[in-house]
Design a protein around this ligand. Structure first.
Ligand code: MEV
Length: 427
């Protein structure tokens, strides 16, 4: 459900709040209650629930959940939960969202939520004719598949089409039928796999040969979500950083070695929201990476950055985004439920748009830093905080110790201990 109040995602100094104050602010702005947000206390998942989710359970593993701020998406503000073990991801996403905010924020759109299943026929004697026979039987195949999920059909989903491909190599030829299924607000794996298994025998009767695979494809290229945003050149750092940023982005389009790292930056944002909302990170990652092969067959950048007539940067991203609100961990994981409530999303499409916006923001933030000061300065600040804490600095002493470690260009525990002793004795 949408949050009952309008959210203001621009929260000054949110970083400097303590955890209790951050929770209070999120509860104040969203429909989450104190009790809802308290699920994050024990890692968000009790042991009994975990024991029902997978086999041979020993425990659960905690991952920090931070809130990204400054996001306006299709004219509406969101507070976005990100689950990640990597420092800087939440800050970077929030920072890039601030750079886009004054110029309209993020604009997102999606295709219909079409997932596909593949049914593979082997040993077909007449593959070309088999393909045509299967296409002739389109209505029968679709009806048989739709019988498996009347509930999905009743809410406007179900099989919308089929296609048939012939895949050949010197060793073998396969006839492969694709079911195109509108899965509405589900991720869709269960729905399409059930259908694929149910129609497999009939597909073999019509096509000939016998069935081997009958499973969804994670290359969800009929379920695309797009994001677009204009990033303010001044806030990016001025014309020189803008030009360097475009060079950095162009290199990711041309060079697979750079593309892999560039895309990893996008996935830092995407996987964090996918995980926080209990969706399948591997399905999304498989879909995104399969989408990174360009028209020349080369692994390339998933995003595109260009300079507009005002000298600002326009970033765009278009990706498969197979996420759901119904079924799977999203429905049973208490922390995932809290994340969905915090977002106030009403459809899988809306969630997919938020995920793309965070991916684009994360990407812009990373490439901007690379095109200017480099990543290590920021990382060193965070590293220094950890070192100061390891040396025994109390909360109120950390900033002073960190400042000295950075000024002295020596981020080591022994040095932090010396600095801490000096601060405490006033020397
Ligand atoms: C680090 O997790 C992600 C980056 O390497 C992404 C990039 O290089 O664009 C900073």
């Amino acid at each position: 459900m949408a949050n009952s109040r309008a959210i203001n995602s621009r929260i000054a100094n949110f970083r400097s709040y303590d955890v209790a104050a951050r929770r209070a602010e999120v509860v104040r702005q969203t429909d989450l209650t104190d009790a809802d947000i308290a699920v994050y206390d024990d890692g968000g998942l009790g042991i009994d629930q975990a024991d029902r989710m997978v086999e041979n359970v020993l425990g659960v593993i905690g991952i920090p959940v931070g809130v990204a701020t400054n996001f306006t998406i299709n004219g509406r503000d969101y507070l976005i939960p990100l689950a990640t073990e990597e420092a800087s991801v939440v800050a970077a996403a929030s920072n890039a969202a601030r750079i886009a905010r004054g110029l309209g924020g993020f604009h997102v759109s999606s295709t219909a939520p079409i997932m596909q299943a593949q049914i593979q026929l082997v040993d077909v004697v007449d593959p070309a004719a088999a393909r045509i026979r299967l296409l002739e039987a389109r209505d029968e195949i679709m009806a048989l598949a739709n019988e498996q999920d009347p509930k999905l059909v009743s809410v406007g989903g179900g099989v919308k089409d089929i296609s048939v491909r012939i895949i050949s190599s010197p060793e073998a030829t396969y006839v492969v039928l694709h079911l195109h299924v509108d899965v509405r607000d589900a991720m869709g794996a269960n729905a399409v796999n059930t259908m694929a298994e149910a129609i497999a025998d009939r597909v073999a009767e019509i096509g000939g040969g016998h069935v081997v695979l009958r499973i969804l494809t994670n290359k969800a290229d009929l379920r695309l979500t797009r994001a677009r945003a204009v990033f303010d050149a001044e806030l990016i750092g001025g014309p020189e950083v803008v030009d360097n940023l475009i060079h950095a982005a162009r290199m990711a389009e041309l060079d697979p070695y750079r593309a892999a790292t560039h895309n990893k930056g996008i996935m830092n944002g995407i996987s964090s929201v996918v995980l926080a909302t209990g969706n399948d990170t591997r399905a999304v990652e498989a879909g995104c990476h399969s989408h990174a092969i360009n028209a020349d067959g080369i692994y390339s950048s998933l995003s595109h950055f260009e300079k507009n007539a005002d000298g600002n940067i326009v970033g765009t991203l278009e990706l498969p985004m197979p996420v759901g609100l119904v079924g799977g961990a999203t429905k049973v994981h208490p922390a995932a439920q809290a994340a969905i409530k915090m977002l106030g999303v009403e459809s899988a499409d809306e969630l997919a748009g938020i995920i793309l916006a965070v991916g684009l923001a994360q990407n812009l933030a990373a490439v901007r830093v690379l095109a200017s000061e480099g990543v290590q300065r920021g990382h060193m600040g965070l590293h220094a905080r950890n070192i100061a804490a390891s040396a025994g600095a109390e909360k109120h002493e950390i900033d002073a110790v960190v400042a000295r470690l950075i000024a002295d260009k020596s981020i080591r525990v022994e040095h932090a201990e010396t600095v801490l002793a000096e601060i405490r004795t006033g020397n």
